[in-house]
Write a protein that binds this ligand. Sequence first.
Ligand SMILES: Nc1ncnc2c1ncn2[C@@H]1O[C@H](COP(=O)(O)OP(=O)(O)O)[C@@H](O)[C@H]1O
Ligand SMILES: CCCC(=O)OP(=O)(O)O
Length: 361
Amino acid sequence: MMKKFILVLNLGSTTTKVALFRDLNCHIVKTYSHDKELISQDISAQKAARYDTVMMFLSEAGITPEDISIVASRGGLLHPVEGGTYLINDDMLLDLTSGKYGDHASNLSGILAAEFSKNHGIEAVITDPVVVDELCNEAKYTGLKNVKRTSIFHALNQKAAARKYADSVGQTYENLNLIVIHMGGGITVGAHHLGKVIDVNNGLNGDGPMSPTRAGSLPADGLLKYMAERNLSKNEMIHLISKAGGLLSHLNTEDVRDITADINNGNRHSAEVLEAMAFQIGKEIGAKAAVLRGQVDQIIFTGGVSYSNYVMDLITPYISFIAPVTIYPGEFEMEALAYGAYTVSNDRTLLKTYKAEGSHD
Ligand SMILES: Nc1ncnc2c1ncn2[C@@H]1O[C@H](COP(=O)(O)OP(=O)(O)O)[C@@H](O)[C@H]1O
Ligand SMILES: CCCC(=O)OP(=O)(O)O
């Protein structure tokens, strides 16, 4: 039994989730939802406010850094890696901070963990970052020779939800074909074939359904015209697609709870936008069923938006013919992160080392 706590940091695009675990038992967990002024800024501009949130959590819990043995953090945009638990080292911190592979709140998770680690001399790790890549070869192709599809998705929670389902039916994850949909600030739909995510929409770069904050797939000509007419830079376009798109673009809020309240008050436009999002999610699930050649054991929904019966009722008619549906609202990321840190604390051989692209042993 570890005497000290595992501090778990999980920064999503709209929330900061912080927890303290003793071994695998959750002692306390809190979710802080941030306002849209904060979350629409670049991650470097969010760093101080989100670090203060973590320190406030610890102070309210009556915990000092001396009570913590390891920091377990959600991993961010790095080069593609296999699943597992990685030490946050200088190579990783540099790639997260430079934004070389993109800018997302999960980068800030690792950056804050590294900051805490440096300030207090405590080891920090990440588990199953958003860049876990198990795509089959065909899924990497686009119709332009030098443009490749990449795997950026809610790897941690999709796999945790898939394993939870497998356990619940007395099966192993590696024996099942599943479609897992994480509906958070971003929405990703993964085709899990015998324990590997062989196809998934990239949750950040304009691929798949629109989501609370993402534009999703866009017609290339419309996109280029929009950019040219407004004289927008590449970075402004990336911001629009990955942080200010989807529900936020249409309805000026990313909060599905507020949107459904508006709908209940008779707002037809809000209803139409949610109906369109559900249509796109259904279509993406159909595409993943084709990737799995129709052999789908279960469709599993997870993430914050799957708390919404309103949204689930809109999606279900598009997909119920494919396979039975299980809904695990919210996420299991905190448990999965604590598990990763706990495992490497007890068996150092399982701790993986991240190396920057082009670096050698
Ligand atoms: N109880 C709820 N009912 C409906 N929507 C919810 C609920 N809780 C969270 N959401 C929505 O889920 C989204 C955030 O999902 P979450 O998985 O918590 O976020 P993140 O991607 O930041 O980790 C937001 O659009 C939020 O409005
Ligand atoms: C970058 C893929 C994961 C993702 O979209 O996370 P959020 O839903 O937290 O933004």
